[in-house]
Design a protein. Structure first.
Length: 94
């Protein structure tokens, strides 16, 4: 796809999965990586940024029991609507 490297907020919540995706791309399996990203993670990629970074990823980390969902003002946690959508996506992945 022409890229070199990755900067990934998403990797904080899914380090193993992101590592597999990056390694697959480095091994020349970019088509497989793109398919997996679109199939499994596309909706979450979108949801973590709907209401600003880092609110979405903090929400996921909290739901996974990895961190508290605390942000300093002016940042605020995701809305109830986005929280429910993130929960639905995490349930779908399990």
């Amino acid at each position: 796809m022409g890229g070199i490297g990755v900067i990934s907020v998403f990797g904080n919540a899914f380090p193993r999965e992101m590592s597999c995706l990056v390694n697959s791309a480095l091994e020349g399996n970019a088509i497989n990586v793109r398919h997996k990203m679109e199939k499994d993670f596309n909706r979450l990629f979108h949801l973590i940024f709907v209401e600003g970074n880092p609110a979405g990823v903090k929400c996921i980390l909290n739901l996974k029991g990895m961190a508290q969902n605390r942000l300093r003002l002016p940042l605020v946690p995701v809305s109830e609507k986005i929280l429910l959508e993130i929960k639905e996506e995490l349930a779908r992945l399990d």
